[in-house]
Design a protein around this ligand. Structure first.
Ligand code: ZN
Length: 310
């Protein structure tokens, strides 16, 4: 049971929409946070107007099936909303960029709509009734194709003055150990050595390949490490040392009670055994009590977190 203020006394159901690159998923969460209705449709790729219409129709279908109307709507989006312009930026579904998605959805749905990115939705979902439900503050991390983060403190998602709170993926890797870690790989954002270039799934695969491994994805490397392959084990050990340093930087600034890992690489069980000992030398405290757990809601974090934005 969450002790955070996510549940409303009125016991209202709420709608969460996860606007993905290939599909749009939607749920109605009941007042207890259970998924009461679930639907998904294909994303009209490259078609902004069509995307807004698809969300409108999906909400109508969810409400019809739930036998309710006027439910609150939260939407998880790629990229993020610029607080200065209200326009979407940095979305990999590029037809959304530069568009007033929030305003257009509010017009289409005739109600206020809250938007958040995927990492923020993960943080909200896990803080509401997931791995961080018993924690005062939760920093949630996505370790997948990209690297993102979000921060919830006492039930409130921190958005920030620039709308980028928690976005740690394009900070540099801290405490470089030697020349091999500096200046680091070139990132798509134009900088070098960003955490995303070390900690994403493709980054792990690239490190393995550059050290003599075969071309394969991160999941295969984790499997090979489990089977005792020396190179895979060495690459994974370096990966988790880098992750520990990166998280130590977060602990030193935000000091969350719980860190929750999501995304494909969050399923590597050794991280939860090793990370606390690895980050301790880099944390500016006499004793480090920060917890770390895997996300419990998996792929449903997008729709669940979006619903809990209200
Ligand atoms: Zn970058």
């Amino acid at each position: 049971m969450s002790r955070l203020p996510f549940r409303d006394a009125a016991g209202c159901a709420r709608i969460g929409i996860d606007l993905g690159g290939t599909k749009i998923a939607g749920v109605v969460l009941d007042a207890e946070g259970r998924i009461a209705v679930e639907r998904r449709v294909a994303t009209p790729i490259g078609d902004y107007r069509g995307t807004v219409a698809a969300v409108r129709d999906l909400v109508a279908a969810l409400e019809s099936e739930a036998g309710a109307d006027g439910l609150s709507v939260g939407v998880g989006t790629p990229g993020s909303v610029s607080p200065s312009t209200g326009l979407i930026r940095n979305a990999n579904s590029v037809c959304l960029n530069g568009q007033p998605l929030g305003r257009d959805l509010e017009a289409a749905l005739q109600r206020p709509v809250r938007l958040a990115n995927d990492a923020d939705c993960l943080a909200v979902s896990e803080a509401a009734d997931g791995a961080g439900a018993d924690a005062d503050s939760v920093f949630a991390v996505i370790l997948g194709t990209g690297v993102g983060g979000g921060f919830v403190h006492r039930g409130q998602l921190l958005t920030g003055a620039n709308g980028i709170a928690g976005e740690w993926g394009h900070n540099p890797l801290p405490w470089a150990r030697d020349q091999s870690e500096w200046p680091g790989p070139v990132c798509w954002c134009g900088r070098t050595g960003c955490l995303e270039t070390w900690l994403s799934g493709p980054a792990l695969a690239a490190d393995y390949r550059q050290r003599g491994g075969t071309e394969c994805d991160a999941r295969v490397i984790v499997e090979r490490a489990g089977q005792g392959e020396a190179l895979a084990q060495a690459v994974l050990a370096d990966y988790e040392h880098r992750l520990a340093r990166a998280l130590a930087g977060i602990i030193n600034v935000l000091d969350p009670a719980m860190i929750v890992l999501g995304g494909g690489l969050s399923q590597v069980s050794r991280f939860y055994e090793h990370l606390p000992a690895l980050w301790t030398p880099f944390v500016f405290a006499d004793r480090v009590v920060t917890g770390i757990r895997p996300a419990v809601h998996g792929d449903a974090s997008g729709v669940r977190g979006a619903a809990w934005l209200w």
